[in-house]
Every structure is written in structure tokens, then in C-alpha cells.
Design a protein around this ligand. Sequence first.
Ligand SMILES: Nc1ncnc2c1ncn2[C@@H]1O[C@H](COP(=O)(O)OP(=O)(O)OP(=O)(O)O)[C@@H](O)[C@H]1O
Ligand SMILES: [Zn+2]
Length: 441
Amino acid sequence: MKIYDSLTGEKNILSSKKVNIYCCGPTVYNYIHIGNARPVILVDILIRYLKSRGVEVNYLQNITDVDDKIIKKAIEQNLTENEISSLYTEAYIKDLKSLNIIMPTKLIPISQKLPEMLDFIEKLVETGDAYVVDGDVYFDIKKWFKIYGELSGRKVDELIAGERIEIDLKKHDPLDFVIWKKTDAGIKWKSKFGEGRPGWHTECSVLIDEYFNHETIDIHAGGIDLKFPHHENERIQFIAYNQQEIAKNWMHNGHVTLEDEKMSKSLGNTVLVKDFILNYGSNLLRWFFLTSQYRQPLNVSENIINQGEKFFEKIENLRKKVLNALLSNEQFVDVEMNNLIIKEFNDQMDNDINTALVLTIIDRVIKEINKEITNQQETQWIGKFKSLEHIFATLGFMELLNVKFTDEDQGLFKAWKSALQKKDFATADNLRQQLVRKKLV
Ligand SMILES: Nc1ncnc2c1ncn2[C@@H]1O[C@H](COP(=O)(O)OP(=O)(O)OP(=O)(O)O)[C@@H](O)[C@H]1O
Ligand SMILES: [Zn+2]
């Protein structure tokens, strides 16, 4: 398959049978909003697709459970940092489950990897890639001027001018960033530099380095907002430490916006995942992300939610029609999935996960099945229906198109039809109500 790489701006071929993926996880000081769900669902769809093509996936995600924002929240709520981070880590995992996310192969709270972080930082100091000033440790960017900025596509002087980087007299260069932070507030660890905490950019580099055995991973995912400085800094540290790239492909998703403004905790314009699911269900959120190319911004609005609801009505109508056809018949010929449809689907997924076009395939196939059921073209529609089931499972929808039933259900259905034929409407009504309760009609 081809994946767009934000570093080179080109679509690279991903042909390996074993794929290592990392996606920056949440800072656990609040519930996640639907913007935060976009990278997670994107990676989930990618993983499900790769697995459907026989690829083995090793997927790591971090939990940032040490951070200034957590300390601030703990002070505000008169709780310990650990209480705050545990509460929101649990909430995050609960959200992942409600979103039908395949859990990462490993989910690591960064607080568990302090010795590894310190080893990493100490080595960077030894090699002259970092320097210590009064208990803080900074990454020294000057050796890396040639490649620093490549990911965000900006030259070093543009970065200095554009980012209004705070003047810090301790730094040798304005672009140097802290990798170990001296602190007297909040959780801290002892180190040879004094008591402190690791910097956020270092946490991801170290986790990747350790878990993937110093190897360049296949895909590094995350929202576009993390490109600079977070990913730029992750990359440069890894290169300094290992003399090789951190990732072969950088996969950045566009922002979810509300009234065309980035949804973000800091701006306070968030829709929480748990609230969205309560109101519209998690399938609708997944569908919402499928509607556009993942690199594009995506605006949430009443209009798009209405469109989503119509989409699921269409699926529900199809499900009932299929059930009716299946329940009315004793036997169906066993038909394989429709290979042409699966190929069309795979082709779009292979093209940098072109889900917007996948949705048009789904729409067309639904129309065809509806028509073929009406015309009783049994062998055709069953193959198409099976392909649709495969596509929905690969996209990670939950309980969609469920047409399972027991012999008893079929007995009930037949009794209803027979009562109708005999014009025994009282019995028919009663049987129908039972079928409705079982969602069979
Ligand atoms: N509006 C958004 N649209 C898409 N992805 C987003 C959005 N906001 C955050 N993300 C992504 O969610 C993941 C988790 O990010 P993080 O926990 O750092 O968010 P955050 O700092 O809480 O964001 P914010 O404060 O901006 O809401 C990152 O990959 C980030 O890029
Ligand atoms: Zn990261």
C-alpha cells in the first residue's frame, strides 16, 4: 500500500509483512475530545486493514502521565497527580473500548520508563548533543541545523522568527529545547543533574527507541499540530542517539474543527468523545472521519451529523431487507465474497487510505443489493452483502449489518407470515411485536 509521508511529501510504498507503528498518546488531565479521537481511529483503521491483508502489526502508544497540565489540575482539584492521571488514563481506555479500537500491542505510561529516559539523556550529554545548565538539560540543535526543520518544512531561521520562541538566557540557541527539566513542583525524580522530570519530546523518542529496539519504525502517527515542535524534536533526538531516522513514514492527520476553529482543550471548544457517543453512537464518529481524506481538516456540524444519521438509516433498512430475505427462505446457495468489490475497496485503501472513495463504493453496493434482492437475484446479492460485511468489519464499525438469527427466530418469522396469510391479524400483530423486540423486522 502507499502512504503519504509528511517528511518527504511523497507517497511511500509500505510492503513489509511486519509493521511497527507508534502514535503519540494523550496527556491524561482531562477526558479526550473528538479531535483527539481522529489519530486513534485513523491508526485503528490502518491496523485493521493491514491485518486483513495478512500483515502483522506491532503498535505502541504512550500515555503522558507526567506533565505540567496534570500538576496544575491536581492543585486545582486538591488531588494528587497520580489520582488525576489514573482517573483520566482509565477514562481514556474506556473511551478506546467504546470506540471499538483494537488496543495497542503496548500502552506505556511514561512514568514507568524513567531509568531509560535518564540513560538516553545522559548519553546525549556524553556525545555533546545536549548540555546541562543549572539542573536543566537542553538538546543542542546547532550540530543539526541542516536537517532540523525538514519535517515541518521550514528553515531554522524561519523557525526562530515564526514560532516566537521564548528567550531563555540559559539556552545556547533559541531552538534548543529542554529534555530534562529541573523542578521543585510536582512529581520529580533524582538524577545526576539534580531532581527533575523528562521533557515531553524526549519521552516519545525514548519509548520508541526502547520498545522497537533502536530500529526505525514504519509509521509514526499523530495530529498535524504535533509536527512542530514535538515531532521535529522527537526526530532529531532519535537521529542524534541512533544515527538513523525515527520513522520511515510520518502520518499526520488534519484537525477536527468546530465552526472552522481547531477543537482544543485550551480553546475550550471541545466535544468530548464520551458525550458524542452518548448522543450519536461511536459508529457515527467513525463514519464522520471516513468522509474526508485524513490529512484534510474536518469540520463537525449539525449538517454532517444529519448526513451520518441518514447513512445509518440506509444501512438499517438494508439490514432489515436482507433479514427478511434470509428469514423467508429455507436455503441459500453459499456464495463467496464478491472479489471485484473487495479489490475496489483494497485499491482505495492502498491509495493512502482513501476512505471518502470507499464510502462511494459502499453507497453503490447498497443500491445494487437493494435492487437485486427486489429482483430475487440471490447469488449476486449474497456475495455483495458478504463483501459489505467484510468492509464494515475492516473499517471497525460495531454491530453493523448484523443479520444473525436462530432457528427459533426463523420459526417465529414464518408463523408471523402464515398468520398474515390467514388474515389472523391479532396473532400476526403479537408475533410481529416479538420480532420487532428482537430487531428482526
Ligand atoms: N482538533 C484536533 N483534531 C485532530 N487531532 C487532534 C486535535 N487536537 C488534538 N489532536 C491530536 O490528539 C492527540 C492527543 O493530543 P494531546 O493530548 O496533546 O492533545 P491536547 O494537547 O489535549 O490538545 P488540545 O489542548 O489542543 O486539545 C495528538 O495526536 C493531537 O495531534
Ligand atoms: Zn510524541
